[in-house]
Write a protein that binds this ligand. Structure first.
Ligand code: EPU
Length: 439
């Protein structure tokens, strides 16, 4: 397992290209099950999660080949397998995105329930209710969802949960509806750019979809979907993470290849914290001057500040000259980074679903352990600003969702080195552990 050693205190400078979006690529790869011809994707990020989904697709009779320059070719070679195993779905919840496409294309799907998750309870009731409304028979047996339907039929489906619309739920139902008989109307649909990207991909296959990017999506089912060449959108979460890295180190960077409009709420919050932002054509430049000002952040569904950048903003305001508050309306319990940021000298307290962050002048390097993807990113950012050395352990969380973030940061001047992690508890160093007395 790798860890990242960071010597903090270097302001980031330079230009960096943003990779393709993880959360667009995963549902699009899963949706390729619907296609009757080959699919060529461009700008697919090289990530552990993408590899996990490629492995699952392989078990489902779908051949996935990587090409040069972030290209990927996907083609169904055997349309009979229908089971997504617990071992892969447990590893990555986005595997659940194969449910709608498998059901619609193959008439039957057996997909493991994803189970627990560090960032909240994350039920899938809306996915299942949506597919049931399309006429699927759904039952749960031995931890698996078993969904069946000879041919789905259009329906009116509302996808709003207690914390807002569901992103991958919208993806599952939209995919399933593309091959249903008749018209489906999804209300309270997610409007995230990644859902719009999936919809555009489905249209490129021949689907009939309107209303993308609004809360009402209409899909008129077609008999079959064909082949496609498609380019994935830029990762707005990676772009935001890099910009916050520049802000926290007092640097100046440009992120290139982004869709600037996807970043509006994030850029507004960075400006509120005192950064200067220049919005260009597919490019954003950030200049950080002084210590950050306190900001009140509330993560919300798009177009609000994304929950996937909440932890990174928390790292930034932990150095602000005053008190900030952070809330997450999408995943109200997503605060795993708090204790580890406090180990670096931050002063963060939770009060119910709000984190109160009292800004400190400096953070001090320490060994910290990442426990989820975005929490790891927050720890890396804090390490870039902290005095002396920070070691972020269990880097595989970061590698699930960022394409070589360490290399990108190093090219911007950060002093970071990836290393193979020594065993956390080196027994040889501690001496042998005496046997417990038998009672
Ligand atoms: N919800 C329900 N019932 C459902 C589904 C969701 O109540 O059936 C609730 C959730 O518990 C949550 C809210 O609805 O409170 C929103 O969850 P959503 O379903 O939108 O999340 P998701 O689709 O499982 C995707 C991203 C997440 C991102 C969220 C929110 C992918 C593969 N994952 O998850 O990305 O945080 O949307 O934007 O697209 C990440 O990249 O680090 C990550 C966690």
């Amino acid at each position: 397992m790798d860890c990242l050693r960071i010597s903090g205190g270097v302001p980031l400078r330079g230009r960096v290209a943003v990779s393709g979006s993880k959360n667009a690529a995963l549902p699009i790869m899963a949706a390729s099950i619907l296609a009757s011809g080959p699919v060529s994707l461009a700008r697919v990020p090289d990530l552990a999660d993408v590899n996990t989904l490629a492995l699952l697709l392989g078990y489902l009779g779908v051949e996935v080949k990587r090409g040069a320059n972030s290209q990927m070719r996907i083609e169904t070679v055997d349309a009979t397998p229908i089971k997504a195993d617990y071992e892969l779905v447990r590893r990555m919840r986005a595997s659940f995105c194969v449910l709608g496409p498998l059901l619609a294309r193959r008439g039957r799907a057996v997909v493991s329930l994803p189970g627990g998750c560090k960032i909240g309870t994350r039920p899938v009731d809306l996915h299942l209710a949506g597919l049931a409304a399309l006429g699927a028979s759904i039952r749960i047996e031995h931890g698996y969802v078993i969904a069946e339907a000879k041919r789905l039929r259009g329906a009116q489906i509302d996808l709003c949960g207690p914390c807002g619309p569901t992103v991958t739920g919208t993806a599952n139902v939209m995919c399933a509806a593309t091959l249903a008989r008749g018209k489906t109307v999804i209300t309270s649909a997610a409007v995230e750019p990644e859902v719009v990207d999936l919809g555009r991909f489905l249209i490129s296959l021949g689907a009939n979809i309107s209303g993308l990017g609004t809360s009402v999506i209409e899909i008129v089912g077609v008999e079959q979907l064909a082949a496609s060449d498609y380019t994935i959108i830029a990762d707005r979460i990676e772009a935001g993470t890099l910009l916050i890295a520049a802000a926290i180190t007092g640097g100046e960077i440009s992120v290139e290849g982004v869709v600037v409009e996807h970043m509006t709420a994030v850029l507004n919050a960075l400006e509120e914290s005192g950064c200067h932002i220049l919005r260009g054509h597919q490019q954003i430049t950030l200049l950080a001057t002084a210590r950050p000002r306190p900001v009140h952040i509330c993560a919300q569904p798009y177009p609000g500040i994304p929950t996937d950048l909440q932890a990174q903003f928390m790292a930034l305001v932990s150095l602000a000259n005053g008190q900030s508050t952070i809330r997450d309306q999408v995943f109200p319990e997503r605060f795993m980074q708090v204790a580890e940021l406090n180990r670096l000298g931050a002063r963060i307290e939770r009060s119910g679903s709000t984190a109160i962050v009292r800004g400190v002048r400096r953070l001090s390097g320490a060994t910290v352990t990442a426990c989820d993807l975005r929490a790891s990113a927050a720890l890396v950012l804090a390490g870039l600003a902290a005095q002396r050395e920070t070691i972020v352990r269990r880097l595989y969380h970061l590698d699930r969702g960022y394409e070589r973030l360490d290399l990108k940061l190093a090219r911007l001047g950060a002093n970071v080195t990836r290393q193979v992690e020594a065993d956390a508890l080196d027994m040889a160093e501690l001496g042998s552990v005496p046997a417990l007395p038998v009672v």
